[in-house]
Design a protein around this ligand. Structure first.
Ligand SMILES: [Zn+2]
Length: 414
């Protein structure tokens, strides 16, 4: 299967104590991020008094905290309308315990073994039905719970909405805030300041969760004026493949470390840029390949990789689409070309800046059809699928970065 063997995740040689081994890669949250954000953003423009939660898809695993009591007149969201899961999901403040589903397991057997109930496991893991588990799937088993902060009816923060909730490794978590007055809230996640985009009484932010992020609880701090709320956010494990890259394939990476690192540093600087305009929650992302292209996902985002028998683990920073050489690669959304050239590791490469810290990359192309500085429209041809750079066969490596952090691009598709 064609894929790239290079490590492109969070830095050359970055290691992590990965304790989970996923044998298959079930997708918990396919697509929906841009759809969710766009619905929210679109409504805000149309109905000033309406909150986006009203149109969250029925099964969105989001969480809403509102200062308004249920039953009050006016546009309101009961958590039950949004997601049956949202009501039941407790906030885990202890290190989450996980279990990898084995062949032949049933949810009730797992519940009995761990001293919990089927209902609790379903709520914790967002399962719609008790028999929708499969071998290799990672289940959250339990943990201590702490209450979420309450919002007072006359306070400066009316509503907070998170999606998805809880976030998993490699996902982008979107946050919407509603305030009674036009203010600019500030947001911190752990020690990190998160850029907030304010539009009147609504504001939004994106928090990228690194694929190798520790599965721990981090405080999300929201400050409006003189008041601060702290929401404990627990990062849940993703389900990732493990790939051992053989020594022969690892050689170009391991023997030319300086060249590899120099390219990595250059890309990191490029991905860290944050242009003010451009991408908005109404922007949609589509697949960078035409609908009739016969492709195969040859190496999923987040796959854990070890090279040449070493113990260092890195994560695959993008999705690999194996497709014939010459297949057109399309812009998934409007953006500006900030790189279009040949690189040692990534081969013929294109990077698009979509604005507000959202950038995408396309590696191993056969030909390039755009030049740096050019503005592209959605669906415009960027180049063609190829096998340039460190690659084992024709494929497109598609990467999406939010504020420099590689996240799963498939979460962004409609
Ligand atoms: Zn790749």
């Amino acid at each position: 299967m064609w894929r790239c063997w290079h490590r492109t995740s969070t830095g050359p040689g970055k290691t992590s104590d990965v304790r989970r081994v996923g044998v298959s890669s079930p997708r918990q949250q396919p697509g929906r991020l841009t759809s969710w954000l766009a619905r929210c953003g679109g409504l805000i423009l149309v109905l000033a008094w309406t909150w986006c939660g009203l149109v969250v898809p029925a099964h969105a695993d989001g969480l809403i905290i509102s200062s308004r009591p249920a039953g009050e007149a006016g546009p309101q969201v009961d958590a039950a309308q949004v997601s049956p899961v949202a009501r039941a999901v407790p906030v885990i403040v202890a290190q989450p315990r996980t279990y990898v589903v084995q062949r032949g397991d049933t949810l009730s057997a797992i519940a009995t073994r761990h001293g919990t109930s089927v209902a609790a496991l379903m709520a914790l893991n967002g399962l719609a039905s008790a028999d929708r588990i499969q071998a290799g799937q990672i289940l959250q088993i339990g943990g201590a719970v702490s209450p979420l902060p309450q919002l007072s009816a006359d306070g400066p923060l009316m509503r907070v909405q998170f999606w998805p909730w809880p976030p998993r490794q490699g996902q982008t978590m979107a946050i919407w805030l509603q305030t009674p007055a036009e203010v600019s809230p500030t947001l911190r996640f752990g020690h990190q300041t998160i850029p907030v985009t304010a539009a009147g009484r609504h504001s939004w932010a994106l928090i990228p969760i690194d694929a190798l992020a520790a599965t721990e609880t981090r405080p999300l701090t929201i400050t409006v004026g003189s008041m601060t709320w702290v929401f404990p956010v627990t990062i849940w494990p993703g389900a990732f493949e493990v790939q051992q890259i053989p020594a022969s394939a690892s050689d170009p990476i391991l023997s030319q470390v300086e060249r590899v690192n120099a390219e990595w540093a250059r890309m990191a600087a490029l991905f860290a840029r944050r242009s003010a305009d451009g991408w908005t929650p109404r922007s949609r992302f589509v697949l960078p390949l035409a609908a009739d292209v016969n492709y195969e996902l040859s190496s999923p985002f987040g796959s854990r990789r070890t090279y040449g028998g070493s113990t260092g683990i890195s994560a695959h920073a993008g999705e690999d689409f194996a497709a014939p050489t010459g297949t057109p690669v399309l812009a998934p959304a409007a953006g500006t070309v900030v790189l279009a050239e040949s690189l040692f590791v990534r081969g013929n490469a294109v990077v698009l800046d979509h604005g507000r810290g959202v950038l995408t990359g396309y590696w191993h192309l056969d030909t390039l059809a755009v030049t740096a500085g050019e503005r592209v429209r959605p669906g415009q041809v960027l180049g063609t699928v190829g096998n340039t750079g460190l690659s084992t066969g024709p494929h497109l490596h598609w990467e999406l970065r939010v504020d420099g952090v590689a996240v799963d691009p498939l979460q962004w598709l409609e």
